[in-house]
Design a protein around this ligand. Sequence first.
Ligand SMILES: O=C1O[C@H](COP(=O)(O)O)[C@@H](O)[C@H](O)[C@H]1O
Length: 239
Amino acid sequence: MSPASDQSPVSELHFETRDLLFEQLCLTVVDQLNQAIRQRGSASLIVSGGSTPKPLFALLAQSELDWAKVTVTLADERWVDEDDPASNAKLVRENLLVGHAAAASFLSLKTPESTPEQGEKTLSDRLAVLVEPLDVVLLGMGGDGHTASLFPKGDQLARALSGTGGTRCCAMRAPGAAQPRMTLSAPFLLHARQVVILCTGEDKRRVFEEARAGGPVEDLPIRAFLQQTPTPVAFYWAP
Ligand SMILES: O=C1O[C@H](COP(=O)(O)O)[C@@H](O)[C@H](O)[C@H]1O
């Protein structure tokens, strides 16, 4: 592991292998959730979907923790049925909410309504049960610099980035997203004790470096988490 130190709220932790990364990140997340439970009696864990976090979910699921005091939700969801292979909830239910972690509560980001726009109000109310600041927010990043479902050229990107009106979540449609989405807003995700950006592979490292160098948030929305000061952000990366 090679931590880089500077004055920014963004720290970088680079690992030689993915196994080492996932082991260390699992320990860190469990430690942070335990601290929250000790301090507040409960903890929140916001996770991302996609392919990258699957091995981490397997390790977390086997970790001993008072999972009954943990509420898990997603940073974003594809607007598909929960048995659809593209569903982030399916990924979480099958890989994280098993073993010890089966005792955790899960807030889905999907409603029976046919569009995410119709589901937004219901979901915003559902998310209001989460105590702020959130405890651990685990983000991923796509090769286009999207995180959660904050996509470049997303139809609601400006609203999701600004969180106008206290928006906790936002419907999103974007050229780079195969399905309509629901995403947590950037201000809601950033109102957290710890944000982690989990990435693997050289391509994503290059995108992250480009984002960190500065530029418009709309072009690489991951920048919303790098161009801010109050929230600690840790970038976990392995080849
Ligand atoms: O569509 C999504 O993509 C990102 C990145 O996914 P990955 O497969 O490249 O790991 C993910 O963080 C997000 O939650 C997901 O909905």
